[in-house]
Write a protein that binds this ligand. Structure first.
Ligand SMILES: Cc1cc2nc3c(=O)[nH]c(=O)nc-3n(C[C@H](O)[C@H](O)[C@H](O)COP(=O)(O)OP(=O)(O)OC[C@H]3O[C@@H](n4cnc5c(N)ncnc54)[C@H](O)[C@@H]3O)c2cc1C
Length: 407
């Protein structure tokens, strides 16, 4: 009997497993995860989980009943240690398992700052459920909060902490929030919303060390000689792909497990998907994305490939974040943008910022405007957006109205 082993029971791994059954695959499916938790969603952990607005059952991706109902074996507390590619066997902490196809959905891990004081009590990461729970519990008695890094996770957490009335300071080496993942305009807009909520920012700030007070974190010292007082600190300085160990078994790793456009490694029976995969994109560049949308898209395509049915085209990359009372959604490739255009009225707190290359739409951000986000994804997927020169004169109307007007 053919057998698919999926290493990693996160968003991507679970979607491959259930996607295989939905596509008629009848062989053995096993999902292994080194964590002891039933597969869970990560996005709520920096949002509703932190403020106790959601319980563990709301984080569950699929419970034990769903796994047994679909005849998928779930092995928790099971870490993959090595792969024998010739014999097609994975060695795990619970014994060896043979496979016909192996899917690596290993996720990523938070980048660690090599700082003195980074291991002090009160200094946290926010990536796993254990970390999110420890942070939530510690936050209950915190009196001041420091956040290192103004990326999505840092800002989402800052927003949750500020909502509790705590003084919050975000420290960021760049000159603005979300420097690599949002336009300058949106970044400025979001900064203002966070400041209205009581969050302070220290931009162009390099953290030098973390010092203690009575055995736990007390201060974050910056390289300009100033400091931020905080008895709880979250490090949100990005993530790195898991799976560097695959090179021991002859696979390639370069800022992620290297796969082709079909998500296959150089071994045709081994795929890598989601956060851990560095894949060839539509322009032939090596890309790694960290989002639920990306993991789900990879999972859908790999499940179809293994099941031997028609493989859907890659989805347009998309992402969402909820912070400072704003829903911000992105679609497309910000790294390809050469020119920006704002559509709609900022005063309405619902608008979009569009990114263009050679007069062509390549990316869009929607602020409190889910329906414009859907429109942007459709325009990008179908390649039907008006050009920048066509849209510019009508931009003030807002994207959807402008498109209607131009039609
Ligand atoms: C706090 C937080 C908030 C986020 N918010 C958003 C958001 O708002 N929107 C969004 O799009 N994305 C968000 N993300 C990112 C999103 O969660 C990830 O991109 C997504 O989970 C990636 O899915 P994955 O399957 O690749 O990896 P994961 O879901 O991380 O799963 C990987 C799994 O592999 C397991 N594993 C790793 N190595 C081994 C091994 N050797 N053996 C066995 N098991 C192993 C791990 O235990 C883990 O369970 C957020 C992430 C975090 C941490």
């Amino acid at each position: 009997m053919s057998s698919v082993i999926i290493v990693g029971g996160g968003h991507g791994g679970v979607d491959v497993a259930f996607g295989l059954r939905e596509r008629g695959y009848t062989g053995r499916i096993t999902v292994l995860d080194k964590s002891g938790f039933v597969p869970y969603e990560r996005p709520p952990m920096s949002k509703s989980w932190i403020n106790g607005a959601c319980g563990p059952e709301e984080l569950t991706l699929r419970g034990h009943d769903a796994f047994s109902g679909a005849n998928i074996e779930l092995m928790l507390n099971c870490e993959v240690l090595s792969i024998d590619r010739d014999s097609k066997i994975v060695e795990t902490s619970n014994g060896s398992l043979d496979y016909s196809t192996l899917v690596l959905a290993l996720g990523s891990s938070p980048r660690q700052l090599r700082l003195s004081g980074a291991a002090l009590a009160g200094v946290h990461h926010l990536h796993t459920l254990e970390q999110a729970t420890a942070l939530r519990d510690d936050l209950a008695s915190a009196t001041s909060v420091g956040v290192i890094g103004a990326g999505f996770i840092g800002l989402e957490f800052a927003s949750s902490a500020a909502k509790r009335g705590l003084p919050v300071t975000v420290m960021e080496t760049a000159g603005r929030a979300m420097p690599r993942t949002a336009s300058e305009f949106t970044s400025g807009y979001m900064r203002a919303r966070h400041e209205e909520g009581g969050t302070n920012f220290r931009f162009n700030a390099t953290v030098q060390e973390i010092t203690d007070q009575s055995g736990r974190v007390g201060r974050v010292n910056l390289s300009d000689g100033t400091y931020v007082e905080a008895d709880l600190v979250v490090q949100g300085v990005g993530a790195i792909a898991n799976g560097g160990w695959v090179t021991d078994f002859g696979l390639d790793f370069d800022n992620g497990i290297v796969v082709d456009g079909t998500l296959r490694t150089k071994d045709p029976d081994i795929f890598a998907i989601g956060d851990c995969a560095r894949f060839l994109d539509d322009e032939g560049g090596g890309t790694r994305l960290e989002s639920v949308g990306n993991a789900a898209d990879h999972a859908r395509r790999v499940a179809a490939t293994i099941a031997g049915i028609s493989v859907p085209l890659p989805d347009v990359p998309w992402f969402w974040t909820q912070q400072a009372g704003v829903r911000l959604q992105m679609a497309g490739r910000i790294d390809r943008v050469e020119e920006w255009l704002l559509t709609g009225a900022v005063e309405s707190n619902s608008f979009s910022v569009l990114g263009w290359r050679n007069n062509k739409l390549v990316y869009g951000e929607s602020i409190n405007s889910p329906s414009e986000h859907v429109t942007i994804r459709k325009l990008l997927a179908e390649n039907t957006a008006p050009t920048l020169s066509e849209l510019r004169p009508a931009a003030e109307m807002g994207l959807k109205a402008a498109i209607k007007f131009l039609a």
